[in-house]
Design a protein around this ligand. Structure first.
Ligand SMILES: [Zn+2]
Length: 381
């Protein structure tokens, strides 16, 4: 068994359900200490809500390449539904089983193995590993804070590769070179409560609320860009204080989420929607208010040195040249892009966040070879 596959299996045995450290960062630090990395633990957060993170760095030359990842995993769900214990790290018939196998302990094991090999081979540059325990949860005290800390320390890699499982069905399929932003709105409207038999004495907030929501009701908000699909919006919750069939409610509320590309910013979306809400609410004679929560601005890394490097290495090892994509949810690349150019390439994500999460051990070995090739090409560039 390769070092990478063994390390991935040992990482899965650490029950690091977000935001619990679960021994995963301790294990990585022990491995990285042994390889010769200088390790710094970076706990952030309030007392009682502290999240642990690990920054590890080796070498002082140029170029300075960074790998990034998260050791926290989503909860296993119904454990009884798993074929094998979700934290067994069992290897059976060339398959590594367990929560985090794909997302993304397998990817972390691959970059640690590639870094270890590079150190043994006398790599001439610098390698940094940015590993958080807070990606799958609130992601407040993880990579976001680590990026601030790195900037303060003036530790700025030339480029960064995030080992998220970007490939939908086979290794070598997709590099993520950007991600859409995410904006949630909570809209509340107030009318006048009354008896449904006497509607002239009441003011129903629901028809107005529905009209206000029109632009965010399963809508495409643009036609996309060279790098992005159209921005989309979905209503995720509707509520009112009606309660009985003969009561016109006084208040109604809705929650919606917008996944937006670089045609928009959170400010432009808020301004446009607030103008629409004001107009419709005035026509319906309703009082309204909206609260906003933006968890990610969109970003894109234009095709260039980093994407070419990853695509070339993936093609050499797998025979497939990956396509560039900005699809999917948000990732920690949204924070890392403040530091340096960032792209994502990792394992096959088919089973991530699902019962019976698993990866082929051959894929972990191939990913290790791809990461090693990247470091090799970087050095000779
Ligand atoms: Zn992940």
């Amino acid at each position: 068994m390769s070092y990478a596959v063994d390390l991935a299996s040992r990482l899965i045995k650490c029950p690091s359900v977000t935001p619990t450290e679960g021994g995963a960062l301790d294990l990585l630090q022990a491995e990285l200490d042994r390889i010769g990395f200088a390790c710094t633990r970076l706990p952030f957060g309030e007392d009682g809500e502290q999240i642990d993170n690990l920054f590890a760095s080796w070498g002082s030359g140029q170029p300075h390449f960074a790998f990034a990842g998260h050791t926290d995993v989503v909860p296993p769900g119904a454990v009884a539904s798993w074929t094998h214990d979700p934290f067994s790290g069992l290897i059976d018939n060339g398959i590594l089983h367990g929560r985090g196998a794909a997302d993304m302990k397998g990817g972390i094991a691959a970059f640690v193995a590639a870094a270890r090999q590079a150190v043994e081979d006398g790599f001439g540059g610098r390698i940094s590993l940015i590993i958080t325990g807070d990606e799958e949860g609130k992601a407040v005290y993880g990579t976001d804070k680590m990026v601030d800390w790195l900037a303060e320390q003036n530790i700025v890699p030339d480029m960064c590769l995030v080992a998220e499982p970007t490939n939908p069905s086979f290794l070598g399929e997709v590099i993520k070179n950007g991600r859409r932003g995410s904006l949630t709105g909570q809209l509340e409207v107030t009318g006048i409560q009354g008896h449904v038999a006497y509607p002239h004495l009441a003011r129903n907030p629901l028809p107005g609320l529905l009209a206000m929501l029109a632009p965010v009701t399963s809508q495409q908000m643009d036609s996309g860009t060279d790098w992005f699909d159209p921005s989309t919006a979905e209503v995720t919750r509707l509520e009112s204080d009606g309660g009985a069939d003969n009561v016109i409610p006084q208040t109604a509320s809705a929650r919606f989420n917008i996944r937006f590309n670089t045609e928009h910013s959170q400010e432009s979306l808020k301004a446009g929607l607030e103008a629409h809400f004001a107009k419709v609410a005035a026509a319906h004679d309703l009082i309204w208010q909206v609260g906003w929560h933006c968890t990610a601005e969109p970003f894109v890394t234009e095709p260039g040195q980093l994407t070419d490097l990853i695509a070339g290495a993936a093609e050499e090892i797998t025979g497939q040249r990956p396509a560039l994509s900005t699809s999917g949810g948000t990732s920690d690349a949204r924070f890392l892009c403040r530091l340096c150019p960032v792209a994502e390439f990792g394992l096959v994500g088919k089973t991530m966040h699902r019962i019976d999460e698993q990866v082929a051990t051959a894929d972990i070995d191939q990913l290790t070879a791809i990461y090693s090739t990247i470091l090799g090409r970087l050095e000779s560039a």
